[in-house]
Design a binder for this molecule. Structure first.
Ligand code: KG4
Ligand code: ZN
Length: 356
C-alpha cells in the first residue's frame, strides 16, 4: 500500500473518533509556531516564537534570515507544544501545516518538518491555507460561532470580503485590486520613519487624534465591493515627500490618523453593505489588521446600531499562530482527503485558490 492510500484509510478511521488532536505548524513569515488543537476548537498548546527583534534591524522581514531562524526553532517548538499539552506523538492523530501563502523558504521549513513527521509517525498530512487559518482563529475564541457569516479579511497579504458558506467553502464578494491593507499600513509606516512592524505603530500614534487630511478625494470603487490601497498609499507618500522637500514639519500622528480613517472606513462600509445584501447578521474579522483599534471600535459601534453580531479574535490569535492552522486542518480532515508527500509550498496562491 502506498503512503497516500495508507493515509486515506487512516483519515477515514480518524473521522469516526470523538476526539481528534492535530499537531499544527505555521512558518509562513516571521513567526514560527507549533500548536496542538482538539476538535478544531480547543487549544491544548500554542507556542509562538516571533522573529520581530531579529528583522527590525533590517526594517522588514529578510526572507533568508526568516528561513534560517525557522530551522533553528521548529523542532524545539514541536517538543514544547507537546510538553505544554501534556501529550506525546502517540496522542496526535494528524499533522496540519501551512502550505501558503507566504515566503517560499519559510513555508518550506514548516512543510518539510510536517512531511517528515507525517511519514515517520504514519499520521495524515493536512495542507492548510494561511488565510483560512486567520478566519478560523475566530472558531478558537468563540465556541458558539458557526458559518455562515460575512468575513472581512484584513491581512498583510490579502484584503477581501467573503461569505463563509461553511467550514470549507467561501464565496468571494470583493477584494483589493492592488495592495493589501496591511501592506499599505507597513509602507506608510516606513515613509514616516516608524520601526518595523509598522502597522501597529501607525495604530498607536493615531489614537486620540482627530483626522483632518483627506488623501483620496473620490473612491472610484465606492459602488463595488472591491477596494484599492495603492492610490491612498501613494497619496500619503507624495504628501510626506512634498513636506520634506519644502522643509516643512511632518505631523506624524495626524498623518497616521488620517490615513487610518480612510483605509478602514472604505472597508467597513463595504463589509456592512455585504451583511445586508447577503442577509447575514454575523460579521467576523480576520488577519493581522483585525488587531487594529480603530477597525475594532468603529465596527463595534456600527454593528451595534445595525443589530449585527461582531466577532474579532483576541490579540494572540490575530498574529500568525499555529492554533488557527490546527482548526482549519480539523475541518478539512473531516471532509477532504489528506495531502500526499509531493506537495510544494504555494507562496502566492490567489485569494480564490487560497480560500477554496
Ligand atoms: O495577517 P498577517 O499575519 O499577514 C498575512 O498573513 O499576510 O498580518 C500582518 C499585518 C502586517 O501588515 C501588520 O503591519 C498588520 O498586520 N498589523 C496591523 C496592526 N497589527 C498588525 N495593522 C494595523 N493596526 C494594527 N494594530
Ligand atoms: Zn498571517
Amino acid at each position: 500500500m502506498t503512503y497516500i492510500e495508507r493515509m486515506k484509510e487512516k483519515a477515514a478511521e480518524i473521522r469516526k473518533q470523538d476526539v481528534v488532536r492535530i499537531l499544527a505548524i505555521e512558518s509562513s513569515c516571521d513567526e514560527t509556531s507549533v500548536a496542538v488543537v482538539e476538535n478544531g476548537r480547543k487549544v491544548l498548546s500554542n507556542i509562538i516564537s516571533s522573529q520581530i527583534d531579529i528583522h527590525k534591524h533590517f526594517g522588514g522581514v529578510v526572507p533568508e534570515v526568516a528561513s534560517r531562524n525557522h530551522i533553528l526553532n521548529i523542532i524545539p517548538l514541536v517538543e514544547q507544544a507537546l510538553d505544554k499539552a501534556h501529550l506525546t506523538f502517540n496522542d496526535i492523530d494528524a499533522i496540519g501545516v501551512t502550505q501558503g501563502a507566504g515566503l517560499v523558504g519559510a513555508l518550506l521549513v514548516g512543510l518539510t518538518t510536517a512531511k517528515a513527521l507525517s511519514y515517520a509517525l504514519n499520521k495524515p498530512l493536512i495542507n492548510v491555507n494561511h488565510i483560512k487559518g486567520h478566519i478560523a482563529a475566530n472558531y478558537l475564541a468563540f465556541p458558539e460561532l458557526t458559518p455562515p457569516f460575512i468575513c472581512l479579511i484584513t491581512s498583510g497579504g490579502h484584503t477581501a470580503i467573503v461569505n463563509v458558506d461553511d467550514y470549507n467553502h467561501f464565496t468571494l464578494i470583493g477584494s483589493t485590486q492592488d495592495d493589501a491593507i496591511g501592506e499599505a499600513y507597513d509602507k506608510v509606516a516606513r515613509v514616516l520613519g516608524l520601526e518595523y512592524p509598522g502597522g501597529v505603530k501607525v495604530d498607536r500614534l493615531a489614537q486620540n487624534v482627530e483626522p483632518v487630511i483627506k488623501f483620496v478625494q473620490h473612491d472610484t470603487l465606492a459602488n463595488s465591493y472591491d477596494v484599492s490601497y495603492s492610490g491612498l498609499k501613494t497619496a500619503v507618500i507624495n504628501y510626506v515627500h512634498k513636506l520634506e522637500q519644502n522643509g516643512q514639519q511632518i505631523d506624524v500622528p495626524q498623518i497616521c490618523a488620517s490615513f487610518q480613517h480612510e483605509a478602514v472606513d472604505m472597508l467597513t462600509a463595504k463589509a456592512l453593505r455585504a451583511c445586508k445584501e447577503y442577509g447575514q447578521k454575523k460579521l467576523v474579522l480576520a488577519g493581522g489588521v483585525a488587531a487594529n483599534s480603530y477597525l475594532r471600535s468603529s465596527l463595534t459601534e456600527k454593528c451595534k446600531e445595525l443589530n449585527i453580531s461582531l466577532y474579532f479574535p483576541p490579540m494572540e490569535y490575530c498574529t500568525d499562530n499555529a492554533a488557527m492552522i490546527g482548526s482549519v486542518a480539523y475541518y478539512q480532515l473531516l471532509s477532504q482527503d489528506p495531502a500526499d508527500l509531493n506537495i510544494s509550498a504555494l507562496p502566492s496562491i490567489s485569494l480564490d485558490e487560497a480560500i477554496n
